[in-house]
Design a binder for this molecule. Sequence first.
Ligand code: TRP
Length: 323
Amino acid sequence: MEQSARPHGRADPAAIGSDFSEALIAGLSAPQKSIPSRFLYDAAGSALFEKITTLPEYYPTRTETDILRYQAEEIAAIVPAGAVLVEFGSGSSTKTELLLERMDKLHAYVPIDISSAALRDAKARIAERFPELLVMPIEADFAQPIVMPPEFSARPLFGFFPGSTIGNSRPIDAVALLASMRRTLGPDAHLIIGADLKKNVRRLLAAYDDADGVTAAFNLNLLARANRELGANFKLDQFKHSATYDMRNGRIDMHLVSLREQWVDVGGHRFHFDAGEQIHTEHSHKYEIEGFHTLVSEAGWRPQVVWTDAERLFSVHVLIADV
Ligand code: TRP
């Protein structure tokens, strides 16, 4: 465990466990059942997600990585000497290395993630590769307000939020999240953010329902996790993964669908499922560049640069905190 993470993050595993149980019971009690998507990323889920990022159908990771690799020099030129790079939902920190390679005047790197295993691995790898760089992980849910270590308060903070994770919030929540990041990062902040673009629906659907079933396993891990951690009795072969595109809202919706009428016990509660009933687990919103600019402006960020790939699949933006 990273000692430095404790004072800043919500790192008490018991608290996280009861959080899951409360959220699951509340989510399954509502007329439209749902499970909050942050619970997808336990150790097993984080490993499955890493596998998703390498699938042929899942274009976002490699497209964004190519854009970052191509623009790394230009990004590094914007980052002032002595700055701190703060990554929201850092996972394996793979894309970050492309930036760190060029940012030789950086003071520190602060990866924020809810997976302590992912933070531990990333810290070890990055500290070894960049021995001069201070690496200070924070184990926390980035959707909660984050308190930066006070020793960084006088330094320019550079946020990094790749992966189109912003698309996993509804626009109204995305604005609140971006405003909260702006408060976390302070008045002179920049934010580098990836946003997936609208495109051919078949291409989108394939990215969220791959032929090898890795995405299905990732989604179903929510139920497996409930069985492991909370003693629930979900029968994993009685639910299936589904991904659909909602044209009106411009988003992929992920569900777990009950394959028959059934009952499931979770922590002393019984839940009834109709055949075909869905548990909503994730949204993934797709943007047009103009619409994304409007969204970030509402959160107090000014678009400075945007890059896309040749096929216009994905966009990477540099934003400046508006004063
Ligand atoms: N940020 C990723 C995205 O929206 C998360 C993601 C990819 C995801 N595949 C998923 C979430 C499948 C749930 C299920 O692209």
